[in-house]
Design a protein around this ligand. Structure first.
Ligand code: NI
Length: 268
């Protein structure tokens, strides 16, 4: 599969499920901006059937290579970011995985039981990253229980394999060329930002500034009824050149840690 087809397919699924992202994207368009993606992020578990290595396969086939590894102690996550240096303007791909053995036996059992519902073959298929929740209708009570230990685990349990967020490259915007300008534009248009750790995460000295919307609240059909829960969010990133004159290309764990909270449960 070609890279642009992969990205289009991910965008179509993500933007149709998350109307705010679609609206923001077209708002920028109507301001004469051309939106480029800084990165696209995925979430998974460190189970060998679906870990980072498995999710990265399709990207490696298109020429992506691993460029940085990260560890999030509090959220108990590993992550790797990938870049495709052969294709100019390729978005980075950021894949994180929950370290299951660092959680309670009950959380581990719930998730392993969920994973066991599907055969190895389904996990091996090339299109896994587009497949969403392949485990069948989730149970709201299980979702709530997972959330007590990890919002991240609960999110993957319900939404499965899809882009968790796309990220607008603020460097590619002309009029809205700072994260602050993007943020006030979004607020003026009625969008709610993730303010955990401040609306802007990171500083020009750290060479990366980021912000994000709070995830859209969507109605999901659970086994035990319909419930409204946070889905995906839209992120904005501005990169600065380092001492070598090249734009900083990696991620800052302490900022990403706060960005992860954009899918925390909240009521609208
Ligand atoms: Ni991100």
């Amino acid at each position: 599969m070609e890279q642009k087809d992969i990205l289009n397919r991910l965008w179509i699924d993500y933007s149709s499920q998350n109307p705010s992202a679609k609206k923001i994207h077209s708002l920028f368009g109507s301001e004469g901006e051309t939106v480029e993606n800084d990165h696209i992020a995925f979430r998974t578990f460190n189970d060998s059937r679906i870990n980072i290595g498995v999710l990265s396969k399709l990207f490696l086939q298109c020429g992506y290579e691993p460029c940085g590894t990260y560890f999030f102690e509090e959220k108990k996550l590993n992550a790797v970011h990938y870049e495709n240096k052969k294709t100019p303007n390729s978005p980075r791909v950021f894949i994180s995985e929950l370290i299951l053995e660092n959680f309670s036996p009950s959380l581990q059992k719930t998730l392993r039981d969920t994973l066991n519902k599907v055969s190895e073959k389904e996990y091996n298929q090339n299109e896994l990253i587009f497949s969403g929740n392949i485990w069948g209708k989730p149970i709201f009570e299980t979702y709530q229980k997972l959330r007590e230990e990890s919002e991240y685990a609960a999110w993957v349990y319900v939404f499965g394999f899809r882009a968790n967020h796309f990220t607008v490259s603020v460097n590619s915007l002309k009029k809205y060329d700072t994260v602050e300008k993007v943020n006030s534009f979004l607020k003026k248009n009625g969008f709610v930002l993730n303010s955990s750790g401040g609306e802007v995460k990171g500083t020009p000295q750290e060479l990366l500034e980021q912000s994000s919307t709070l995830a859209d609240i969507v109605e999901i059909e659970f086994m035990d009824g319909k419930h409204k829960i946070p889905a995906c969010y839209y992120e904005f990133a501005k990169r600065y050149p380092g001492p070598d004159g090249q734009l900083y290309s990696a991620f800052i764990a302490k900022s990403a840690d706060k960005i992860f909270e954009s899918t925390n449960f909240y009521k609208k």
